[in-house]
Design a protein around this ligand. Structure first.
Ligand code: ACO
Length: 335
């Protein structure tokens, strides 16, 4: 029997209509457009409307990914969603809600929580399901309504995050030239306090204290996270390239997690990547956590930069702490 591989067949994304600019943030907290641009590269971010949930954005991104894959939605046999801002914190999962909104029945569906690394983590999960022969067409989603856990009086976090969703179809193939080359995914829980939303959860169930102390909002040790992000992202990429005997100059599209332009630049420089190789979208979307990488892939696909067969190198880092990288060709149709 011929070997089965996982192939990245299509991409889709959705960004909410409303834009929150740096100028608007200047009126909300003690900050300036100049500080935000200089320290992060972010000019604006999109914010979901009050009645727009994570699953709504995820569904819109998924509809595009399914349409572009040319598949009938009923041939999807697994729906996976990476999010730390699910519709409901306990149940049901956002993947279940998205499956229902897409009209996909009797499908296995579940969420994973790996913060900004979620989408690349899902590539490893989809790869394992497909290569084992258990599933054939997997819908993977990274979707976040980060604005729902951001304290808009905290200038150190509220300037960073935005909302959005990205989705991809990963399908079984016997064509080795379409196959994922490699995926690495790791975690170190000893850094859990670098990025945390203290409530709601079993440690801090909902209470008056939670609300009074604002424990439902994201807290970040920004500077410590920044330093570790640069070090880890660079090391991770060097390892995945060396393991697969590929040089950084052979990568047409390096798509790092979009948290801060200074992190992207430091990692790109350390790898001697050119401006043309490094994909940057952080200026218009901010940090959209698990949605950041699929939204960036969608950007280069929609602008006609991503061609069939071209190698993508993905690299991400986030709460947990988690980090992951992936090396894979785009196995779908170019725009
Ligand atoms: N406007 C003006 N001043 C500010 C702002 C602001 N919005 N925010 C912080 N400052 C001030 C601080 O109070 C501090 O002032 P002080 O020196 O008087 O104390 C000064 O600016 C420097 O603060 P730092 O936190 O040291 O600034 P830094 O250069 O590190 O930038 C930032 C902060 C942008 C948060 C950066 O650290 C960062 O990007 N960190 C990494 C984020 C990341 O990668 N997260 C991982 C993924 S996210 C996820 O998984 C969900």
């Amino acid at each position: 029997m011929s070997q089965i591989y996982a192939a990245f067949k299509s991409i889709g994304a959705y960004v909410p209509e409303k834009i929150l600019s740096n100028e608007e943030l200047e009126k909300m907290v003690d900050t300036t457009d100049e500080w935000i641009v200089k320290r992060t590269g972010i000019k604006e971010r999109h914010i979901a409307s009050k009645d727009e949930a994570t699953s709504d954005m995820a569904t819109k991104a998924s509809e595009l990914a399914i349409e572009r894959s040319g598949l009938d939605k009923d041939s999807i046999d697994l729906v996976l969603c990476a999010t730390v801002t699910p519709d409901y914190f306990n149940m049901p999962s956002t993947a279940c809600l998205v499956s229902d909104k897409l009209g996909i029945k009797n499908v296995q569906a579940f969420d994973i929580s790996a913060a900004c690394s979620g989408f690349v983590y899902l590539l490893s999960v989809a790869k394992a399901f497909i290569e084992s022969g258990m599933k054939k067409n997997v819908l993977i989603i990274g979707a976040e309504k980060f604005s729902s856990i951001v304290d808009y009086t905290d200038r150190s976090t509220c300037i960073l995050f935005g909302d959005g969703a990205g989705a991809a179809i990963i399908s079984a193939t016997t064509n080795k030239s379409e196959a994922f080359v490699d995926v690495h995914a790791s975690a170190d829980g000893s850094y859990a306090d670098f990025l945390v939303t203290p409530a709601p959860g079993s440690v801090n169930p909902v209470s008056q204290k939670v609300v009074d102390e604002g424990l439902q909002y994201v807290q970040m040790k920004g500077n410590e996270t920044f330093k570790l992000a640069v070090k880890t992202l660079t090391k991770d990429v060097k390892e995945i390239l060396a393991d697969n005997d590929i040089k950084s100059e052979d990568i047409p599209h390096f798509i790092p997690h979009q948290a801060n332009y200074r992190i992207i630049k430091a990692v790109g420089d350390a790898l001697k990547m050119t401006k043309e190789q490094v994909v940057v979208t952080v200026e218009k979307y901010g940090n959209t956590s698990a949605a950041s990488i699929p939204m960036a892939i969608n950007d280069i696909w929609e602008s006609g930069r991503l061609q069939n067969g071209e190698l993508m190198l993905l690299d991400t880092f986030g709460g947990g702490l988690t980090w992951a990288s992936a090396l894979l060709p785009f196995a779908g149709k170019a725009k």
